[in-house]
Design a protein around this ligand. Structure first.
Ligand code: ADP
Ligand code: MG
Length: 490
């Protein structure tokens, strides 16, 4: 039997604010335990929550970016449960009316564009955390501590429809969402620090069946790799279970990255009744059209808009524009280089960014935002490639030289000076090229014979030899033409 996978994601994104969603305490990561928990976060009697305007603005910004409806009046509700890291005994969240309703996000899988429908996004506060490791009690005994620094950190929980049909689509969605929230400046995107974490709801159904199968929810996946592995494992588990005559039980599961499997955490029967009710301490969140328009006017151009522009005005592929728009630093660099070098060079610039630059960043383990070379420095190099002063191969060498200087904090050499002082100019003089070719042909009679007996590979070998003899400086196009002429002529 053929199975279809159905996935819906719930993503907790930590909103980038200085202070907490209902208190003035700092949200800075990494402080000593409980140094950033004020009376409100500690739930001392008599304190009252005050909503953080910035958090609401971030929610509006996100809603506008995905084409959602911004609720004119949304409600904060209390979600009641007991846990040591939640001193109030309830979490303030939004339940029946969230601030962001609907919307969609574009993803690309296998060069195919798909729109993922979103259900809602609601504002809520994070809980504190229990500290079990390296924690010693007052008498030296092993103990657990509670750190309330994270309590009250603003979150936007973003929920999709059951719209994805494979782990690859779910990962593409999570990456697109991550890209967008960082792009908008509403989240720092730091997954190690827990700023962006996904719960994956997974079910399977026989292909062609209308109703959805019973789902399991895998909690707290904080890397794209874990998300993919957890879904793939869970899909296999559910299919095997059903094919063996069993049935899936709706439950919450946890992914164990070491064992690469999911395991049951609690069943639906254990699910708590959260006794949601509107929080009497908070007024409805009223968002006026004026406020929405204010936020709209401060929005940056969105990645999807840039992709469309670049595809239509430069003829770039979906693949190229996808990479060029994956973060703002890359998009800005591309735009600056186009300004400096001109639109006709768009493909060359795109190739440089997705090729040479991407692998250099990768090697140095740097994010695009930390690119150590400026657009001016890069364009000076590409200019010499474009005007034929240097070959592609030499351009790569000079680039890696400049890169090394830059990441080691040295002054980056001037491109023209490097070319001059190292004699790297491309050889375009026909006489000089012919002399090189002649000496290579004389020294490689075997390859010459092979070529004449029809082996095209031998030609490439000879090109390689001449290129080597020229120390990478021969103009490749001229070299090809002259060599072929020589081999066919004489
Ligand atoms: P809950 O109230 O238990 O959180 P929701 O209805 O809010 O459940 O759905 C949570 C997430 O689960 C949503 O992203 C939704 O798209 C997804 N989902 C719902 N039903 C299924 C299903 N049968 N298979 C996969 N995902 C599902
Ligand atoms: Mg839900």
């Amino acid at each position: 039997m053929k199975w279809e996978v159905v996935i819906g994601l719930e993503t907790h994104t930590q909103l980038l604010t200085h202070s907490k969603i209902f208190s003035g305490a700092s949200t800075q990561f990494g402080a000593l335990p409980n140094t950033q928990a004020c009376a409100v976060d500690l739930a001392l009697p008599g304190v009252l929550p005050v909503l953080n305007r910035q958090a609401v603005e971030h929610a509006i910004r996100f809603g506008l970016a995905i084409g959602a409806t911004i609720a004119p009046a949304s409600i904060f509700a209390r979600k009641n449960y007991f846990y040591p890291d939640l001193p109030k005994g309830y979490q303030i969240s939004q339940y029946e009316i969230p601030v962001v309703i609907g919307g969609q996000l574009e993803i690309v899988v296998d060069q195919q564009v798909k729109l993922v429908q979103l259900t809602r996004a609601h504002l809520e506060e994070d809980a504190g955390k229990s500290v079990h490791e390296n924690f010693i009690g007052p008498n030296g005994e092993p103990a657990s501590g509670i750190d309330l620094n994270r309590a009250g950190t603003p979150l936007l929980e973003i929920v999709t429809e059951p719209a994805m049909r494979s782990a690859a689509e779910a990962v593409a969605y999570a990456k697109a969402l991550h890209n967008l929230v960082v792009w908008l400046g509403v989240c720092d995107g730091n997954m190690q620090e827990g700023s962006f974490r996904c719960d994956a709801n997974v079910s399977v159904r026989p292909l062609g069946q209308q109703e959805f199968g019973t789902r399991c929810e895998i909690k707290n996946l904080n890397s794209f790799r874990f998300l993919e592995e957890a879904i793939n494992y869970e899909v296999r588990r559910q299919i095997e279970l059903i094919e063996d005559g069993g049935s899936v039980v709706q439950e919450t599961r946890l992914y164990d990255p070491d064992l690469q499997e999911t395991r049951s955490m609690r069943s639906k029967e254990d699910a708590q009744d959260y006794r949601y009710f509107p929080d009497p301490d908070l007024l409805p969140l009223i968002i006026s059209n004026t406020w929405i328009e204010e936020v709209r006017s401060s929005m940056p151009l969105l990645p999807a808009t840039l992709r469309e522009q670049w595809q239509s005005s430069f003829g770039l592929s979906t693949y190229d524009t996808q990479i060029l728009s994956q973060d703002r630093a890359t998009a800005d660099l591309f735009a600056e280089l186009i300004t400096l070098l001109g639109a006709p060079q768009a493909k060359l610039v795109a190739n440089f960014i997705t090729g040479e630059l991407a692998s250099a960043l990768n090697r140095s383990n740097l994010l695009a935002a930390k690119t150590p070379l400026s657009a001016q420095q890069i364009s000076a190099l590409l200019k010499r490639l474009i005007d034929g002063t240097i070959s592609n191969k030499i351009a790569k060498e000079i680039f890696s030289l400049m890169w090394e200087e830059a990441i080691n904090g040295k002054l980056v050499s001037d491109v023209d000076q490097i070319i001059e002082s190292k004699g790297l100019k491309q050889i375009t003089d026909i006489g000089a090229l012919e002399a090189l070719i002649d000496s290579v042909l004389q020294a490689n009679t075997k390859s010459v014979e092979e070529f004449r007996s029809g082996k095209e590979k031998a030609f490439n070998a000879l090109v390689g030899q001449v290129m080597k003899a020229s120390q990478g400086k021969a103009n490749p196009q001229q070299l090809n033409e002259l060599l072929r002429k020589k081999l066919q002529g004489s």
